[in-house]
Design a protein around this ligand. Structure first.
Ligand code: C2E
Ligand code: CA
Ligand code: CA
Ligand code: CA
Length: 278
């Protein structure tokens, strides 16, 4: 018994060590990337289902390890949030999105809106809204060219200061989306009080709705209530034409997913636009 107790302590310790090592490795990677300028935004089109046109795209952050292999954001974003690096990284993302919009100005991609992901931590900075609006102004961009995505829980856990920030952004014309909708604990009616333009239904809903009638009914209900609140509804994770048909039947407004395009570097976007005949 003594031995197994010792063993379990051993395992426990090494587990903590592993986590600490992982944490240190990722924070070092992020710090280096910020200094070396090796972070990159990838872009994934969002398609208007009424006319098949690309109206906006989501900016997804990419970080690369020492062998130039991509490290998934699901790994490095939580570490960035924990270490506080998320604020510097978030500022980098805002800046990079503005630079990309500027580069696309006067090209076929000039009307495209870029939606960036915000972490709830960033919203606790009471200067975030004015920082974003200043950046847009500095780059001579219209606020409506930018969107921000926040998950349901991040918005709901927000206090008045944080909601006030979103209100400022929305009043200025920045598009506000609730991300991963359906996975958190908000009620649809609560949305009425929030400064929101779009709902993005989490891809797990679509994938379940393909197999299960009650999940399909839930998805239909979310879309109907979203519409009745004046919100546009985006479905993410559209991978197959069956799923595409379903989201069209449910009168979703926009779709995003591998069926249309995977997230891609900015250089690939002009050719994508041409390939879809836009
Ligand atoms: P998210 O905001 O829910 O982003 C959508 C994720 O789904 C992306 O993963 C995208 O590549 C993936 N995806 C898109 N279409 C499909 C599809 O058809 N099927 C499947 N299975 N997946 C699809 P990614 O790029 O790995 O990003 C993961 C998460 O990391 C994002 O989830 C977001 O929460 C976070 N993230 C990414 N960039 C940023 C950022 O700049 N700031 C912050 N705070 N978070 C970010
Ligand atoms: Ca998102
Ligand atoms: Ca999402
Ligand atoms: Ca997510």
């Amino acid at each position: 018994a003594k031995e197994s107790g010792k063993n379990s302590i051993c395992f426990y310790t090494s587990d903590i060590n592993d986590r600490l090592l992982h944490y240190q490795k990722i924070t070092a990677l992020l710090r280096n990337a910020l200094v070396a300028g090796t972070l990159q935004l990838y872009f994934q089109p969002q398609i208007d289902l009424k006319n098949g046109r690309m109206r906006s795209c989501e900016a997804l952050l990419r970080c690369f390890d020492e062998n130039s292999r991509p490290v998934p954001p699901d790994i490095f974003i939580p570490v960035a949030e924990k270490s506080g690096l998320i604020n510097r990284i978030g500022d980098w993302v805002i800046d990079a999105a503005c630079k990309q919009l500027t580069a696309w100005k006067d090209t076929a991609l000039g009307d495209l809106r870029i939606d960036i992901n915000l972490s709830g931590k960033q919203l606790t900075n009471q200067h975030l809204a004015s920082h974003i609006l200043q950046k847009l102004h500095h780059h001579d961009l219209r606020p409506s060219q930018l969107g921000v995505e926040l998950t349901e829980n991040e918005v709901i856990e927000g206090d008045e200061v944080q909601i006030g920030q979103l209100e400022r952004l929305k009043n200025a014309g920045v598009h506000i989306s609730i991300d991963d909708f359906g996975t958190g604990y908000s009620s649809l009616l609560y949305l009425r009080k929030l400064p929101v333009c779009s709902l993005k239904i989490d891809r797990s809903f679509l994938h379940h709705a393909m197999e299960n009638n009650s999940d399909m009914a839930i998805m239909q209900a979310i879309i109907t209530v979203g519409h009745s609140l004046g919100l546009s509804v985006v479905v993410e994770g559209v991978e197959t034409s069956e799923q595409d048909n379903l989201v069209k039947t449910l009168s979703c407004d926009l779709a995003q997913g591998y069926l249309y395009a995977r997230p891609m570097p900015a250089d690939s976007m002009p050719a994508y636009l041409v390939s879809m005949g836009q």
